[in-house]
Design a protein around this ligand. Structure first.
Ligand code: TYM
Length: 363
C-alpha cells in the first residue's frame, strides 16, 4: 500500500480515536465502545522469543475492536549507552519485525517514540508528580544499576518508568499488554495517574496491565532461575525471533533441565522443564495441561527437540515476512510516518489539557 492510501486509512480512523481521546474535555464525547491498547518495545537489540510470547504475539492479536497503538521506544533505549548508527538501524529493524509479526498499519498506529515530542514533555510534568522513593523501589532499576557505582548511574535510567507512564497516559490507554517484568512499572503508572486525577480532577484513564496466560515470563534456557533476556552474555540462554532454525534447535537441545526423568509442570521444583512446557504450549497454541499430556511417557531429549521444532514452525512465517519488509525501507518508513503523524496529534492534544490543568499560561 502506498503512503497516501495509508495516510488516508489512518485519517479515516481518526475521528473515532479523536472522540475517544477527547475524554479530557467532555465525558460525553468519550467513545466507551472502544478501549485503547498501548504498548512499547525497546529497539535495543534483537528480539527474543521472550519478547514474542510475552508481548508481541498478543499485540498482533489485539487489533480488532480496540484502538491499538504500538510504539518503538528509542528514548528508553538510550537510558543505557547506545551506538548511534546501531540504534538507528535497530529501530528500522524493529519496525520490520513488528510488521512481520502481524501489526497491521491499517488497524494499528505504529510509530517511534522520539517522533512524538509530547512523550518527553508529559514525562517532565509527571516527574513533578513522582517520588524518588517509589522510583528507587523499581526492581528493574535496581537490577540494571546494581552493576554500576552510584556516580555512573544515569538519571535517565532512574527516570525510565516515568517516561513509560507518559507513553501510556498520553493516549488515555485502557490496556497495556506486557510481560510480567513490566508489572511494577504499570502499577507505578496507575499510581501516578490516580495521584494526578486526585490533584486536578478526572484527567487520565487509569490503565490496566494485560499479562499473557502462557509465556508472560519466558525463562533463560541456561539458567531457568532468571528471565530470558537478549542482553544476557550467554547466547545459549535466549532464542531470537529471527534466529536460524538449526541454531534454535541446538539451543533447545542444550537447555538446562534437572536430573529427574519425569516431565511434569511444576515451576518451583522443575523450572527448566516447566519453562519448556510453557514455550511449547505458547508456540502450539495449546494449554500447558495439554502440552504436559502430549509428552506423557517421553524423555527430556524428545521434549527439547519438539519444543525447538514447534518454535521454528511458529517463527517461520514471521521470518519470511521479515525478509520482505526488511527489503522495503520506503514502505516501512511510510508506515512510521503515518503512525507518527497520528500519534503526535493525539498525544499533543492530551498534553495540552494536562498543561492547562497544571497552570501553564497559554496564548
Ligand atoms: P522491552 O523492550 O524490554 O520488552 C518488550 C516486551 O517484551 C516483554 N518481555 C518478556 N515477556 C516474557 N518473557 C520474557 N523473558 C520477556 N522479556 C521481555 C516485556 O515485558 C515487554 O512487554 N519498558 C518496556 C518498554 C516500554 C513500554 C512503554 C511498554 C516503554 N514504554 C509503555 C508498555 C507501555 C520495555 O523495556 O520492554
Amino acid at each position: 500500500m502506498g503512503e497516501n492510501a495509508l495516510l488516508s486509512n489512518i485519517k479515516a480512523a481518526m475521528p473515532e480515536r479523536r472522540a475517544h481521546f477527547r475524554r479530557f474535555g467532555t465525558l460525553m464525547e468519550f467513545d466507551k465502545s472502544r478501549k485503547t491498547v498501548f504498548s512499547g518495545i525497546q529497539p535495543s537489540g534483537e528480539f527474543s522469543i521472550g519478547n514474542y510470547f510475552g508481548a508481541l504475539k498478543h499485540w498482533a492479536a489485539m487489533q480488532e475492536g480496540v484502538n491499538p497503538i504500538y510504539c518503538i521506544v528509542d528514548m528508553h533505549a538510550i537510558t543505557v549507552p547506545q551506538d548511534p548508527e546501531t540504534l538507528r538501524r535497530r529501530t528500522l529493524e524493529c519496525a520490520a519485525v513488528l510488521l512481520a509479526i502481524g501489526i497491521d498499519p491499517d488497524k494499528s498506529l505504529l510509530f517511534i517514540q522520539s517522533h512524538a515530542s509530547a512523550h518527553a514533555e508529559l514525562a517532565w510534568i509527571l516527574n513533578c508528580f513522582s517520588y524518588m522513593g517509589e522510583l528507587s523501589r523499581m526492581t528493574q532499576f535496581k537490577d540494571k544499576s546494581q552493576k554500576l557505582n552510584a556516580e555512573s548511574i544515569r538519571v535517565g535510567l532512574f527516570d525510565y518508568p516515568v517516561l513509560m507512564a507518559a507513553d501510556i497516559l498520553a493516549y488515555q490507554t485502557d490496556i497495556v499488554p506486557v510481560g510480567e517484568d513490566q508489572r511494577q512499572h504499570i502499577e507505578l503508572t496507575r499510581d501516578i495517574a490516580v495521584r494526578f486525577n486526585q490533584a486536578f480532577g478526572d484527567t487520565f484513564t487509569v490503565p490496566e496491565g494485560r499479562y499473557a496466560e502462557i509465556g508472560t515470563k519466558v525463562l533463560s534456557l541456561s539458567d531457568p532461575s532468571k528471565k530470558m533476556s537478549k542482553s544476557d552474555e550467554n547466547r545459549n540462554s535466549y532464542v531470537l525471533i529471527l534466529e536460524e532454525p538449526e541454531s534454535i534447535l541446538n539451543k533447545f537441545k542444550r537447555a538446562v533441565t534437572d536430573s529427574e526423568p519425569e516431565i511434569r509442570y511444576d515451576p518451583k521444583a522443575k523450572p527448566g522443564i516447566s519453562n519448556l512446557l510453557e514455550i511449547y504450549a505458547a508456540a502450539s497454541g495449546i494449554s500447558v495441561q495439554d502440552s504436559v499430556s502430549q509428552f506423557d511417557g517421553l524423555g527430556y531429549g524428545e521434549l527439547k527437540k519438539r519444543v525447538g521444532e514447534a518454535v521454528i514452525e511458529e517463527l517461520r512465517p514471521i521470518q519470511e515476512k521479515y525478509a520482505e519488509f526488511s527489503k522495503d525501507k520506503a514502505y516501512v518508513d511510510s508506515v512510521l510516518k503515518a503512525g507518527a503523524d497520528a500519534a503526535r496529534e493525539i498525544a499533543a492534544s492530551n498534553l495540552k489539557i494536562v498543561q492547562e490543568k497544571v497552570g501553564f499560561y497559554s496564548l
